[in-house]
Ligand binder design. Structure first.
Ligand SMILES: [Zn+2]
Length: 71
């Protein structure tokens, strides 16, 4: 399935990393999610949208790329 946007190199590198890793230079904080403590970031280069998961299981606390599924 062609779900994924084409992330820039920095985003491709960040995806799946632990959320303790600092965001790279092109990531800007996105709209806060009031329903969760997770942070959202948007890449100024490739428009990737990340959730920095800061809650839940330790193993789930990673950088997730959200805008898979956009057309
Ligand atoms: Zn990017």
């Amino acid at each position: 399935m062609e779900l994924w946007i084409q992330p820039c190199a920095a985003c491709a590198d960040l995806y799946g990393r632990p959320s303790s890793v600092e965001p790279h230079d092109t990531l800007a904080p996105g709209t806060p999610d009031t329903a969760s403590p997770n942070q959202h970031y948007v890449c100024g280069r490739c428009s990737a949208v990340f959730t920095r998961v800061l809650s839940g299981r330790q193993a789930g606390q990673i950088w997730m790329l959200l805008n898979a599924g956009q057309h």
